[in-house]
Ligand binder design. Structure first.
Ligand code: IPE
Ligand code: IPE
Ligand code: MG
Length: 239
């Protein structure tokens, strides 16, 4: 079965650049090109949801110059690629804390979201200033407020309700999470939503990722047996 929702931790831009004797920004630029290829490939393959981790709530701890480079690349990406994404039927949405972002970036995000709001080919979620713990804190505060003003009762708080208060309220949980660069961790990405995701870790640095690597990850996903805590009936019979 093909995954309905693929989420990617795009990691290794800095090491890709370092291996070439280039500054980190060169790795981030090459990473944007890999993102373009990946979005195109996901669309071609009929993937419905693609979420990409572009900037974490912890990435603010990087040097100021690198932060400016990353914010600049997000702006350039939206400005340059929005028309093409729209033409390709991609619906763009951002997840993450918007409060912490400058006004011009927030406006660009809103522009991208409203222009592409009716597109149906591929849902692209860009996680920017995103951290799962921060998302869960924001959701919990909103729920606590709703309880405090009597809109919700404590017994209304269910898994489904919590899901509705998360940034990903409109999306199915990811089936497959890919991380490049060989690191074996989630780094605060989709912790709640990843409960039953299949994880694929790949050694290549993000700028080297493209259609072939996406296909490889999908193949690896297809070979997995998802049990969601249950048992596989057919297998029991065979035993
Ligand atoms: C991923 O590449 C991009 C972001 C986190 C913004 P890195 O910048 O983390 O690259 P490495 O991990 O240092 O190689
Ligand atoms: C995760 O990568 C965040 C993004 C890819 C945007 P990091 O490079 O920030 O993660 P750590 O620090 O290695 O865990
Ligand atoms: Mg990294």
């Amino acid at each position: 079965m093909k995954p309905e929702h693929i989420a990617i931790i795009m990691d290794g831009n800095g090491r890709w650049a370092k291996a070439r004797g280039l500054p980190r920004i060169a790795g981030h630029r090459a990473g944007v090109e890999a993102l373009r290829q990946t979005v195109r490939a996901a669309g071609d393959l009929g993937i419905e949801w693609l979420t990409v981790y572009a900037f974490s709530s912890e990435n603010w701890s990087r040097p100021q110059s690198e932060i400016s480079d990353l914010l600049g690349l997000l702006k350039t990406f939206i400005r340059r690629d929005l028309a093409d994404l729209h033409k390709a039927g991609v619906r763009v949405r951002m997840i993450g804390a918007r409060d912490g972002l400058a006004k011009d970036i927030r406006h660009l995000i809103e522009e991208a979201e409203s222009l592409t709001a009716n597109n149906k080919a591929l849902n692209l979620l860009i996680a920017f200033n995103y951290g799962s713990r921060d998302e869960i804190v924001r959701a919990t505060r909103a729920i606590a407020n709703a309880v405090a003003c009597g809109e919700l009762r404590p017994e209304d708080v269910t898994q489904e309700l919590i899901g509705k208060y998360l940034d990903t309220s409109f999306a199915p949980d990811p089936d497959l999470i890919i991380r490049t660069s060989g690191e074996l961790r989630l780094s605060n990405f989709l912790l709640w939503q990843a409960a039953y995701a299949e994880l694929v870790f790949m050694p290549c640095y993000w700028p080297d990722f493209g259609r072939n690597e996406l296909l490889q990850a999908i193949d690896s996903y297809a070979a997995r047996e998802r049990r969601f805590g249950g048992v596989t009936v057919a297998r029991d019979v065979a035993l």
